[in-house]
Design a protein. Sequence first.
Length: 143
Amino acid sequence: MIRQSKELSREFDHLVSVNGIAETSATQILAELSVLPGDMTSRQWVAHAGLDPRHHESGSSIHRPARVTKAGNRYLRSALYMPALVAIQHEPNVRAFYDKLIGRGKKPLQAIVAVMRKLLHAIYGMLRNDRDFEGEKFFATRA
């Protein structure tokens, strides 16, 4: 069905250009993103996926660290999890971003969720600008 539509086929090809997103993951991600309104921003995509940090302030527990809301689309979150893990292993720029977060004291799962969030931002940019994945735009490594 994806190959029958010119637009979906092009978006699918952009998604599989990411090291870590293969056909199954691209199909799941594309299915969740294609039903969203075209005027949504990348921040709205992240909020829709439930990957946006929210601060918790109430009563005596003010100033707690921000946590991921998980109030959004769980199917999109789960579709991004494995591609984020594979991208961390096989894409040098994603690995550098992950290592930077770990170096700043983030826990591994926090860093993975941050990679998922940034990967969703990258997907937004790829689909809006009709371009394949470029690792240097994801995270610039210093040579």
